[in-house]
Design a protein around this ligand. Structure first.
Ligand code: ADP
Ligand code: MG
Length: 696
């Protein structure tokens, strides 16, 4: 019953009505609940009321006084109506002016007391004396014990919409709050509140809107105890959902892969290098998951070039030796093709069989997959499409999966396939974000690059410096190295990009008649792409011009130079991914960023970050700082609910606490039977998302 009131349309709240309700709806506020969680974006300090005599110019001040006189003035040109009121507090006078608000005449009459808040101006005519223009006002009514909401306190300022003044929305919020106050019921278990010194929900909501709290700074930054409580709630509810999913998964019976590890041993003997200790550790973690009878759900994060492929390959070998098939799923066809090219020789040499399966390839080895003849299938999403039947699929590796979020992983399960899942990602994301995006997965990190890697040197160039760029490319290629030249995909028009790339190639052919130049892009037929990549790999192409199809995963160690044209158009994580294509061998590599036009502040910050940092985690942190978490690559499509109050950057510590508490409560009471209110809040937050996991 009470919750209904929480969901009550604001329109029916006293003092709101249909017209204001329509305006509020534009701000996303339909129910009382929406309104209570529509927080002020800043606060103004209107607590102190100094003597008028000691007011300071050009600062926001609040004064109290009696109206001495009030009248409407029309400017000589007749266009403007100014309502002027002279206020005195016994120390001096102040003139308040409201422009084109003639109705003020009815409100501010001589003899009444008022509180005014506004920026203090010098009197225009006299140069001395105080003025305020369009100040916020409150009429002091000695009889009523009403609360001041616009002055004499720290007042909330809300984002508003055309047709609704800050004053109106504030008053509306006040009415709604009054209406809802008694129906705000806390759903958070007492002990959690106590342990973390968090105020009750009601107190928190009241205070974020109309604070009875002196620390203006904390309010402004959204870290007052009341803000913390609301942020905590959001993070806690999110993590509770993840904890429930994770628990459900951990009960999902999986395969216990029991092979001795002979194939892995064989692989390691074949490798021309030693595994790094990080690779060894992560392989161990994976093998122990695979051995256990529960289904594996593990995320492996490692910066570009950290050597994830071998780690994934080891896991696949373990599955095969245990009598199962394995699949490696990549986000793009070109990457799937790459993996296939890199791995299938190795696979065959171990006496195993592999196949490539992508959407645009005609030959689809479906028979051989369903008969179990094929041990390893490498492909794209096409792998998990309907027509594909495995004989005994034991392990799915999802590589470079920033486009493959919580939801798709769930769908994999829904299809009735229940293999172990290993997710590999290079998209370096800050821990706070990975805890939210991948909070339902176990986590391993390859935090070490293979030895002898030199950090890629990154430089920023402008179009005037093209000749410098050309001589750089020339000298590198003359040393026998290879180069990438990358053009951005312009979202509106893939065709335009292609035109850019084609013209770019022609230009380069004129500049470097002595070099072999190739072109690769997403619209080519798979076999054409394969051929180009093969030629590049074998060193028969010196400069490879491409659209961003090479963004992820491509591995050609002899390529030591990358030129990114229109670097200002790329996002940071994309730039970092691209740069990861070079610096894969022992030679010094370079990344040249060519930026055109006047750079926006954001673009220039991005480029500076690239020049300064090579470490992916550092780049991700900076990206996070520049854009905020919501915009970060991949989070949008991942099916994660939005955060409204909490901010992953600001509330990193709070997130850790919320996660701990959430996992604790789910451990004690997996279905939240003892906490029905909390349960319904979690369900509401995750909507149908939890449903998907229940089938697992
Ligand atoms: P990513 O993590 O970006 O997927 P890859 O698995 O493609 O990285 O590996 C990048 C390159 O490093 C490949 O050429 C690979 O053969 C090589 N490599 C992987 N592990 C090692 C290692 N331990 N020592 C030296 N080179 C390695
Ligand atoms: Mg890779």
């Amino acid at each position: 019953m009470k919750r209904d009131l929480f969901d009550y349309p604001v329109q029916y709240v006293k003092g709101i009505g249909p017209k204001k309700a329509r305006l509020l709806a534009r701000l996303g506020i339909k129910s009382v609940h929406d309104a209570l969680y529509y927080l002020p974006y800043r606060y103004e300090d209107r607590r102190f009321s100094p003597d008028i005599r000691s007011l300071r110019y050009e600062t926001l001040q609040t004064v109290t006084g009696k109206v001495l006189s009030a009248h409407l003035v029309e400017t000589t040109r007749g266009r403007m109506k100014i309502f002027e009121a002279v206020i005195s507090d016994g120390t001096a006078t102040l003139t308040a002016k409201w422009f084109n608000q003639p109705f003020m005449k009815k409100l501010i009459r001589p003899g009444i007391s008022v509180v005014l808040s506004g920026v203090v101006k010098r009197s225009f005519i006299w140069g001395v004396g105080y003025e305020m223009h369009n100040p916020e006002y409150e009429i002091v009514d000695n009889d009523a014990q009403g609360e001041n909401i616009h002055t004499s306190r720290i007042v909330p300022v809300y984002r508003t919409t055309a047709g609704m003044s800050t004053r109106t929305i504030r008053a509306a919020m006040f009415s709604i709050l009054n209406h809802a106050r008694e129906n705000i019921i806390d759903y958070m278990p007492e002990d959690i509140l106590k342990r973390n010194r968090l105020p009750s929900l009601k107190v928190a909501i009241e205070n974020v809107h109309f604070p009875d709290y002196d620390n203006l700074e904390e309010l402004q930054r959204g870290i007052s105890p009341y803000h913390r409580r609301l942020s905590f709630d959001e993070l806690f509810v999110l993590q509770t959902g993840l904890a429930i999913m994770k628990r459900a998964q951990s009960y999902t019976k999986g395969i216990s892969f029991s092979a001795k590890g002979e194939l892995i041993k064989k692989l390691i003997e074949k490798l021309p290098f030693e595994l790094t200790s990080a690779q060894k550790r992560v392989i161990k973690e994976i093998l122990s998951d695979m051995k256990s009878p529960r289904a594996m759900n593990r995320l492996v994060q490692g910066d570009v070039g950290s050597g994830k492929t071998i780690v994934a390959f080891s896991a696949m070998l373990q599955a095969i030796e245990s009598g199962y098939q394995a699949a490696l799923m990549a986000p793009t066809e070109i990457l799937a093709e790459q993996h296939y090219m890199n791995l299938h020789g190795l696979i065959e040499s171990m006496g195993l069989k592999s196949a490539l399966l992508t959407g645009s390839r005609k030959e689809k080895p479906l028979e051989e997959i369903s008969s179990g003849e094929i041990d390893i299938v490498i492909g794209t999403h096409a792998l998990i499409q309907k027509g594909v039947k495995f004989k005994r699929l034991g392990l799915v590796v999802i590589d470079e999966q920033h486009r493959f979020g919580v939801m798709q992983r769930a769908l994999l399960r829904k299809k009735g396939i229940n293999p172990d899942v290993l997710v590999m990602t290079a998209t370096p994301i800050p821990r706070t974000l990975s805890l939210t995006l991948y909070g339902d997965l176990d986590y391993s990190v390859i935090d070490e690059l293979p030895p002898n890697r030199k950090a890629v040197i990154t430089k920023l160039y402008r179009p005037e410096q093209k000749s410098l760029i050309y001589s750089f490319i020339r000298s590198e290629v003359k040393k026998g190295r290879q180069a990438y030249v990358v053009y951005p995909v312009i979202e509106e028009s893939e065709k335009l990009t292609l035109k850019d790339a084609i013209q770019g190639k022609e230009r380069l052919e004129r500049v470097f008649p002595e070099f072999r130049i190739g072109l690769i892009h997403g619209r080519m037929k798979p076999h054409e792409r394969e051929e180009i990549m093969n030629r590049f790999k074998e060193g028969n192409i010196d400069i490879l011009v491409s659209t961003t199809v090479i963004e992820v995963g491509v591995d050609v160690p002899n390529a030591t130079l990358m030129l990114i044209v229109h670097a200002e158009r790329f996002g940071l994580s994309q730039l970092h991914q691209l740069r990861g294509r070079v610096g894969r061998g022992a030679d010094q590599s370079y990344c040249l960023l060519l930026a055109y036009g006047r750079l926006s502040e954001e673009a220039s910050r991005r480029l500076q970050v690239m020049v300064r940092y090579t470490d992916g985690f550092r780049v991700a942190e900076e990206d996070f700082n520049i854009r905020g978490p919501g915009e970060l690559f991949g989070t949008k499509q991942s099916g994660m609910p939005d955060l409204k109050v909490a901010n992953l950057l600001r509330d990193a510590r709070l997130l850790e606490i919320a996660r701990k508490e959430a996992f604790r409560i789910v451990q004690e009471d997996p279905e939240l039977i003892k906490h029905p209110r909390l349960r319904s809040i979690v369900e509401r937050f995750w909507k149908d998302r939890l449903e998907i996991f229940r089938t697992g």
